[in-house]
Ligand binder design. Structure first.
Ligand code: ADP
Ligand code: ZN
Length: 614
């Protein structure tokens, strides 16, 4: 992939922007109020102290209000004035008394007070509004309808009547559903289990990458058992103030017990459940620890409750959870929610496809085959994107071509057809992408089949060489890793061979290559020098001596350089093919695998295109 480094897209996150907007509102209110204040002063007319005394002595002043050393007054002909007087008041008062002016002494600056009151009022109103309407960070609610935000606990509560999801709403994930069936059964008939004194799990941990349906499964359990569903994200517990999280946990469980049988769903439990010993940074640490302790206490208190409350928690990082959370009686049931396999993907596509208008050309089996590594949410998104693409061109139905385009868009970002590239840029990109592609084509046994190559800019990439794995991959061989490093380096090598100049476009390729090589050395024991030892910890920190660090660096460099040399030889030996492919790309801009196999006379491999013809 070749990156366009000029494009940078910041991602506006929810709350920081809210704060910025709030601050802006605050400042403008402040400015408004103070300028209004200043205008008033100007209108009323400020007078000098001596002029003021003259006025008083001439008996022209009707009355004054004294606020410290600041005096507001009215003359007999109803002119308002203001004046600052010396701190020594005795003489001043005497003169006033002698000349029969009405005097009022005010202890606070009544003039200066109201703007601040107004600001305080506005601020607190804004804070309250922000607190109520701020976007929930979990992003896992859905469901609409009757959602109650619990005042104190910040959890959302769903009445059974509003939960439409059942196990039928979850396609695939058969093993997870089977495990959760027990939980449903227990929620429905607690007596059946209590009769013999069985202790049923009160905590279920759903483990899987985002988008694989953990929230959906939890809601389905509530739907199946027809019970109340409380939903909260782990990060919602934690606030700046120590003790807030713990009180939220207490509230939530109290609510849930009252409503039992019920389900508490905690998304992203790792936000509170990280193991406690690890060196925390600053204030948030204490707060999290207290929250976690409260959670543990509440879970232990379950035994006494009459009707069951089940806690379902979701995470994609079970390794960082505190061991105490996983003890018997707490989250002792672990349910894996993996990426869907081929059959599950097809079922998810069919399920979500029911709600849109599909053309006969759409074959979900084929789409499922061409989307390995997609999560359930990705698949739902794919269908939605395809529907949007079809709607834009006023079609009646969504065709297979729309799916093709939707997948590319999701995988690579949107095509930018308008970007103006110089001819030289286009040429460099064509050779660069051809370099990636050709390495893959020349190493067919250890690389994923090519899908398409394009020099039409997409997202931040100037060009893309796109391959799709033929099958779900559970392990990768050393040979495959080496080949992927060679393919990543192929882009730069092709540029170097053709133009004898180096460009910055290969940065992300190098990044990818380095990551793979580092993993080979530090995780998978694929370096003879360093042996079968894991130097990398799951959380990213590396533990080894300085001497080992030097060895690792050296080995990473050697392996990468080795790959570079091999790939260079390979491309040099096939320069005719490199030129042919690059020239064809310059002309056609986008080429699918089948065309390339034909052009170069290379044996064809399975084509994972949805459509038969481009
Ligand atoms: P997670 O909680 O694991 O991040 P979600 O449950 O929020 O994932 O899934 C997001 C969306 O993806 C769901 O609302 C649903 O539309 C879709 N989805 C995910 N997995 C499945 C599945 N197995 N069957 C049907 N839809 C799914
Ligand atoms: Zn590249």
């Amino acid at each position: 992939m070749k990156k366009n480094k000029n494009k940078f897209s910041p991602s506006p996150a929810g709350s920081p922007w809210t704060v910025v907007v709030l601050a802006a509102v605050f400042v403008s209110v402040l400015l408004m109020v103070t300028t209004r204040f200043a205008d008033n002063v100007r209108e009323r007319g400020e007078v000098t102290y001596s002029k003021y005394l003259d006025l008083v002595e001439q008996g022209q002043v009707k009355g004054v209000t004294i606020i410290g050393s600041f005096v507001k007054g009215v003359t007999k002909d109803d002119k308002h004035f203001e004046v600052t007087v010396p701190d020594e008041q005795a003489e001043h008062l005497q003169i006033l008394r002698k000349n029969a002016a009405e005097v009022e002494i005010s202890s606070t600056s009544s003039l200066g007070f109201w703007p601040f009151l107004l600001i305080a009022l506005l601020m607190s109103m804004l804070m309250v509004a922000w607190y109520i309407f701020r976007p929930s960070r979990g992003g896992s609610s859905g469901g609409g309808g009757n959602v109650f935000t619990m005042g104190k606990s910040r959890a959302k509560m769903f009445l059974p009547s509003t939960i439409k999801d059942t196990f039928n709403s979850v396609a695939g994930a058969d093993e997870a559903k089977e495990e959760l069936q027990d939980v449903v059964d227990f929620l429905k008939n607690p007596e059946k289990y209590k009769r013999l004194g069985a202790k049923i799990t009160r905590g279920v941990l759903l483990i899987g990458e985002p988008g694989n349906g953990k929230t959906l499964l939890a809601r389905a359990v509530a739907g199946e058992a027809n019970c109340l569903f409380f939903s909260i994200s782990g990060s919602d517990f934690i606030e700046v103030f120590v003790g807030v999280g713990a009180s939220r946990v207490r509230d939530l469980f109290a609510q849930a017990r009252k409503a039992a049988p019920s389900i508490i769903f905690i998304d992203e439990i790792d936000a509170v459940g990280r193991h406690r010993s690890g060196g925390g940074f600053g204030g948030g640490h204490d707060e999290r620890e207290q929250t976690l302790n409260q959670l543990l206490t509440e879970m232990d208190g379950f035994e006494t409750a009459k009707d069951p409350v089940i806690v379902i928690a979701a995470t994609n990082r079970p390794d960082v959870l505190d061991k105490a959370l996983l003890r018997p009686g707490r989250f002792d049931r672990r349910v894996e929610v993996p990426y869907p396999d081929l059959a599950s993907r097809e079922r998810i596509l069919i399920l979500h496809g029911k709600t849109v208008q599909l053309d006969n050309s759409v074959d979900m089996r084929k789409i499922a085959r061409g989307t390995p590594g997609f999560s359930g949410a990705d698949l739902a998104n794919l269908i939605n994107e395809a529907a949007i693409i079809a709607s834009k061109s006023n079609q009646d139905k969504i065709t297979i071509k729309d799916f093709e385009e939707a997948r590319d868009k999701i995988l690579l970002g949107k095509e930018i057809k308008t970007i103006a590239l110089t001819e030289h840029d286009r040429k460099t990109t064509a050779y660069h992408e051809s370099g990636h592609a050709l390495i893959r084509l020349l190493l067919p046994h250890c690389t994923d089949p090519l899908h398409k190559v394009t020099i039409v800019p997409r997202g931040r990439a100037l060009g893309v060489t796109h391959s799709i794995p033929e099958r779900e991959k559970y392990t990768t061989t050393k040979e495959e890793m080496i080949a992927s490093v060679m393919a990543a380096l192929g882009g730069r090598i092709a540029e170097e061979i053709q133009f004898s100049e180096l460009s910055t476009g290969a940065y992300s390729d190098f990044q990818k290559a380095t990551d793979v090589v580092r993993d080979m050395v530090c995780r998978y024991g694929m370096s003879e020098k360093l042996g079968p030892i894991v130097y990398a910890q799951s959380q990213g920190d590396f533990v080894y001596s300085q001497k080992t660090a030097e060895l690792i660096d050296e080995e990473v460099k050697n392996i990468t350089q080795d790959c570079y040399n091999k790939a260079r030889i390979l491309l040099n030996d096939n320069r005719d093919k490199l030129t042919m492919l690059s020239e064809a790309l310059l002309e056609k801009e986008t080429m699918y695998a089948a065309e390339i196999y034909e052009l170069l006379g290379i044996e064809a491999r399975a084509d994972l295109r949805f459509t038969e013809e481009a």
